[in-house]
Design a protein around this ligand. Structure first.
Ligand SMILES: Nc1ncnc2c1ncn2[C@@H]1O[C@H](COP(=O)(O)OP(=O)(O)OP(=O)(O)O)[C@@H](O)[C@H]1O
Ligand SMILES: [Mg+2]
Length: 338
């Protein structure tokens, strides 16, 4: 799947009708703006790879998925999905993708799980025999074998989402587009879904998924991209992004003693964050590029200066730290619990 300069602009709607007739209350409502939802996006996702698109609310993730799924026309640029152009060959694209959007829609609640899959299999031009074979396989894979003949309205949210994943993969498409696939799942179901998504990628499928769960992205994505206001601001393997963001391990200390002596011992380069808190204890966060080695040297130095180290915890930087650094939404706060 490859995306080249993909752009989508939403023009402000033309307001007609009642506007002039409605009473005015004080100020005029703000004029609706033109929104560049996706701006010059470039991506490449190979078969067998899972790409995670991350970004704040309104960044353009769903708009991207919709364009790749041929549900929304790009304003400019193009994308090739499973070897077909999304604007020139939308039918072929649709036959070769599985699409899942967050939320519980996308299923007929008054039909059973099996009837839903039969219906979607038929719409995907599968033969009767293949539909029934695949239903057995996906029902088992997604842990739904005992509930296939129950109405979907009797399913829990997690079961609906698993059925949704089963529907998405029923026709074994070479490309999957998953918009927040684990959003409504409980921790156990989300972990299972992640495991299944990873397995599907490893069986040779190209997957684009969006998520707000950075742990999830780090666990299952080969590469991730961070999109902000429609623009891709970073892209790479999770470990590369963490390095690129310049994130280092961080030592959180809860100290007792003289604050200025402690700060002088740590040094202004090492001090990430520091403040006085109640009862003579204060929390500081320290840059710890050498991990525990440097941290132990620092705590010994603090102790020799008469500072009591009440608590110390070292945290390796993760994708969440990189995301926060890249999107510029850092909140300087020690993690230590008191
Ligand atoms: N049909 C539409 N008409 C006008 N603007 C739209 C439309 N759909 C989306 N937008 C705007 O495009 C931008 C991107 O929206 P999009 O749904 O792609 O964000 P997102 O990254 O999926 O966010 P979230 O994390 O909240 O799901 C937003 O500013 C949104 O308001
Ligand atoms: Mg979205």
């Amino acid at each position: 799947m490859s995306v080249c300069s993909l752009t989508r602009v939403f023009e402000p709607p033309v307001r007609r009708g009642l506007r002039g007739l409605l009473p005015r209350f004080g100020t005029e409502p703000a004029k609706p703006k033109r929104i560049v939802a996706v701006n010059d996006l470039n991506l490449d996702i190979a078969a067998g790879h899972c790409f995670g698109l991350l970004g704040p609310n309104g960044a353009g993730k769903t708009t991207t998925v919709k364009m790749l799924a041929t549900l929304l026309e790009p304003t400019s640029g193009n994308a090739s999905v499973a070897g077909f152009d999304v604007t020139r060959s939308p039918r072929q694209v649709r036959r070769n993708i599985g699409v899942l959007f967050a939320g519980e829609r996308g299923m007929y609640w008054r039909l059973s799980g099996r009837e839903n899959l039969e219906l979607f299999g038929t719409l995907a031009y599968m033969t009767r025999q293949r539909i029934s074979d695949r239903i057995e396989t996906v029902a088992e894979r997604f842990g739904l074998q005992d509930r296939m003949d129950d109405l979907v309205e009797t399913y829990s949210t997690g079961m609906k989402q698993r059925l949704n994943l089963a529907r998405t993969t029923l026709h074994e498409p070479p490309v999957l587009l998953l918009d927040e696939p684990t959003a409504a799942l409980d921790p156990v179901a989300a972990r299972e879904a992640r495991h299944l998504i990873r397995q599907i990628a490893e069986s040779g499928t190209a997957i684009l998924l969006t998520t707000h769960n950075l742990y999830e992205a780090e666990q299952i994505c080969d590469r991730v991209g961070i999109i902000q206001s429609g623009t891709l601001v970073a892209e790479g393997q999770p470990a590369d992004l963490i390095r690129q963001a310049g994130e280092v391990p961080r030592l959180d200390l809860l100290l007792r003693g003289d604050l200025s002596t402690a700060k002088a011992t740590i040094g202004s380069d090492g001090l990430w964050w520091g403040d006085v808190s109640r009862d003579g204890e204060f929390a500081v966060a320290v840059r710890a590029p050498d991990g525990w080695r440097g941290s132990e040297a620092l705590t010994s130095a603090l102790v020799s200066q008469g500072i009591v180290v009440e608590q110390a915890s070292l945290r390796e930087p993760d994708l969440e730290d990189a995301y926060i650094a890249i999107t510029g939404s850092r909140i300087e706060r020690p993690f230590i619990e008191r």
